[in-house]
Write a protein that binds this ligand. Structure first.
Ligand code: FES
Ligand code: FE2
Length: 355
């Protein structure tokens, strides 16, 4: 493992969301990403910056300092660092010691998220940023937010890939008895996993009834797309039953796209950056607020469970083993894809160390 790395449990050479655009300001935001402290801010021209949150003088987190123009001034003895991480000034002396710098991370603002690359900067290709276009696509409206959850990020991946839990956890909004009676289909294409479920001809769950505003029964789809490390987008919706949605005609329906970009904070905590984009009533600002509240309530229901699950796992005796059921197929495939990506990264690190 590379010196200074908190863990090899995380995929390092990948884009992770580190902040929502509204969180990155003309102010210093300290956050832990993949076990490492970072400080996030915007330059005067608005471009985001992500630096190591640790002064190279005596380790004080720079987020405890001040932003002066485009320079971060340490709150202890006043050393200053520019957006590239170079120390530009040491108070009381004209010479900046050689090597006085902190790490700066590649960062890109795209699809209404701020993405950083914790790994090798030479590999930080913006073309690898996951396609989350629904969040800023014409004809769609979106709301977004973030939750910090005290659980291993892999538990949240499991949660989003097995929606049978909606019936038990979210019965007042998106849950429905019919979900568990309609099996999933799981496919894997390289590292990508897709879980598809169709729930035919039923009265919609409260959330979807409010969305479609039609009295008829509906056909409902859940198409979940996972890609490592922890990017999940869910293509969700309902259409009037029998109008051809399973064959691709969604004209009698409403669609939502729930985007979940999960970023490990530590091995037992993570951030869920989420957006809910929709193609119906896109100019309805009251609906924005309602959706923000509803989806926040839904994800807080999950958060409570995931944190209890994490604590339960931590106190389980070593011989305790969990079992898998049919509905876990997507989660199991996703874990395999993630393991394969982690193993490839570890092998490449070993290769570099041997050179
Ligand atoms: S610890 Fe930052 S200037 Fe001394
Ligand atoms: Fe849930």
């Amino acid at each position: 493992m590379e010196a200074g790395m908190a863990s090899d449990k995380f995929l390092r050479n990948a884009w992770y969301v580190c902040a929502l655009p509204s969180e990155a300001k003309r102010d210093l935001l300290g956050r832990t990403i993949l076990g490492q402290p970072v400080v996030i801010f915007r330059r005067e021209d608005g471009t985001p910056v992500v630096l190591e949150d640790r002064c190279c003088h005596r380790h004080l987190p720079l987020s405890k300092g001040r932003l002066v123009g485009d320079v971060v001034q340490c709150g202890y003895h006043g050393l200053e660092f520019d957006g590239t991480g170079a120390c530009t000034r040491v108070p009381g002396q004209t010479r900046v010691p050689p090597g006085a710098r902190i790490k700066s991370y590649p960062v890109v603002e795209r699809h209404k998220f701020i993405w950083m690359w914790p790994g090798d900067p030479a590999k930080a290709d913006p073309a690898l940023i996951p396609d989350m276009r629904w969040n800023d696509m014409p004809g769609w409206a979106s709301v977004s937010s973030m939750l910090r959850i005290e659980c291993d990020y892999k538990l949240l991946i499991d949660n989003l890939l097995d929606l049978t839990h909606e019936t038990y956890v979210h019965i007042g909004s998106i849950g429905h008895e019919a979900i568990v009676h309609h099996p999933i289909k799981t496919t894997r294409d390289g590292d990508k996993v897709t879980v598809t479920r169709w729930i035919y001809d039923h009265q919609p769950a409260p959330f979807w009834k409010a969305a479609i505003q039609r009295p008829e029964n509906v056909d409902r789809w859940q198409m979940i797309h996972y890609a490592p490390p922890a990017n999940i987008d869910l293509d969700l919706g309902v259409a009037v039953a029998g109008t051809g949605a399973p064959d691709g005609n969604r004209s009698q329906g409403v669609q939502g796209r729930n985007l979940d970009l999960i970023t490990p904070e530590t091995e037992r905590s993570c951030f869920q950056f989420w957006a809910f984009a929709r193609n119906f009533r896109v100019d309805d600002r009251a609906l924005d607020q309602k959706l923000r509240d509803t989806v926040t309530t839904i994800f807080n229901e999950d958060k409570g469970l995931l944190e209890a699950q994490q604590r339960s796992m931590e106190t389980a005796p070593p011989e305790f083993r969990w079992i898998d059921v049919n509905a876990d197929a997507g989660g199991v495939q996703a874990r395999r894809a993630l393991e394969a990506a982690l193993e490839r990264e570890a092998a490449s690190r070993r290769g570099q160390a041997a050179e």
